[in-house]
Design a protein around this ligand. Structure first.
Ligand code: G3I
Length: 351
């Protein structure tokens, strides 16, 4: 059962505030019932993580926690085009296939990430001067190859990733420049033909609240829906930072997409901070995680809440934002942070 069925929003917000003071406990002390996965049972929301497949292969503790804590997984990198087709026409599905086997063995659903993006494309695509006609055929082939390869094994596909700028204008990408905005409708149609049962998502960051970027998605999806394009989900990455504060109107934003007939999902949640950490930042981080989770639990069609890695040991943040980090639910020794306790206890309250 979800918060929306049990506790009126205002009550939920007040009663959850005190949960943030629960102290961190080592993951090693956890019992099977003391996990995010167990706590999410009965909420209607799946709890997920991005998976670093090197760590999954090399490290037992990482593997055990991935299985114990989550009931959906996303490949952090290995389903991206750069890795699946490093040479034109030569595919390497091995790492992604191993992740899918792991997920199936552990009763986890898989989010497919991502089919069309401006980043992490193969070198051969970036280096050669293809004509628009060639590029359209290449993109179509890529989508059919990848979606068919994983057919029946993927719960959601992030079909297009990060197609708008924060001001709501179209992001200038190889696809927009050569194919025009129609590439989005094409991508959804091709993905749907290749695996009609997978749910097809748009995905972006800074689109959690109501702002020019989420407005652009709203207008686009309304138009795509009216044309019968099979867009079925609105993905919000949820990369937050305590120093910028958190979006306030997330639930209202989700509701307008749900009214268009879409499911919603948080797909890459993490909450970074300027280092060093202190108690106020760590507490604010727990609030950031909790704000998005609460919106998910209160929305009608929010089906999953995925974190972008669960340990600082493998977080992407320090490599990209100099001087920032501590963004995930567990530190680099897998010690649970207050944010972990906040997420677990909010799930329990909603179950
Ligand atoms: O695979 C190569 C390896 O061969 C090489 O030795 C090494 C040296 O740097 O690089 C490896 O590639 C790295 C790749 O991750 C795999 O580990 C790239 O340098 C690195 O840039 C890449 O970063 C990923 C990033 O996307 C790329 O944009 C992060 O791990 C990944 O967490 C991040 O994820 C994105 C989502 O897909 C979309 N939303 C934002 C999110 C965070 O940036």
């Amino acid at each position: 059962m979800r918060l929306r069925h049990t506790v009126p929003g205002a009550v939920a917000l007040t009663s959850l505030a005190f949960l943030l003071i629960i102290p961190a406990a080592p993951a090693a002390a956890a019992s099977a019932s003391d996990t995010l996965r167990a706590s999410a049972r009965g909420t209607g929301v799946r709890i997920g993580t991005a998976v670093n497949t090197d760590a999954l292969a090399d490290e037992a503790q990482y593997r055990d926690l991935t299985a114990a804590e989550f009931n959906t997984v996303t490949a952090e990198n290995v389903m991206k085009w750069q890795l699946t087709e490093p040479e034109r026409g030569v595919h390497d599905w091995a790492a992604a296939d191993r992740l899918i086997e792991f997920a199936q063995a552990n009763g986890q659903k898989v989010r497919g990430h991502t089919l069309v993006w401006h980043s992490q494309n193969p070198d051969w695509l970036n280096e050669e001067d293809f004509t628009p006609t060639q590029l359209r055929a290449i993109l179509r082939q890529h989508i059919f190859d990848e979606v068919r390869h994983f057919k029946g094994k993927i719960w959601h596909w992030d079909v297009v990733n990060e197609i708008f700028e924060d001001d709501g204008s179209w992001r200038d990408t190889i696809w927009l420049r050569n194919l025009g905005p129609g590439y989005v409708a094409d991508a959804f149609r091709w993905a749907h033909q290749a695996d009609p049962k997978a749910k097809l998502y748009v995905n972006d960051y800074n689109n959690e609240g109501i702002n020019p970027k989420s407005d652009a998605y709203y207008d686009l999806i309304k138009q795509l829906k009216s044309e019968g394009v099979p867009v079925q989900g609105y993905g919000m990455q949820g990369h937050l930072a305590v120093q910028y504060g958190f979006p306030a109107d997330v639930l209202d934003n989700m509701r307008r997409f749900e009214k268009l007939g879409l499911d919603t999902a948080f797909t890459e949640v993490d909450v970074r901070m300027l280092l060093p950490t202190d108690t106020a930042k760590v507490q604010a981080q727990a609030e950031g995680y909790n704000n998005l989770l609460r919106a998910c639990l209160l929305a009608q069609r929010c089906v999953s809440y995925t974190v972008w890695g669960f340990t600082d040991k493998y977080s992407w943040v320090p490599g990209v934002f100099t001087g920032e980090g501590y963004a995930t639910l567990m530190d680099e020794n897998y010690v649970r942070k207050p944010a972990y306790a906040a997420v677990r206890d909010t799930l329990r309250l909603a179950a």
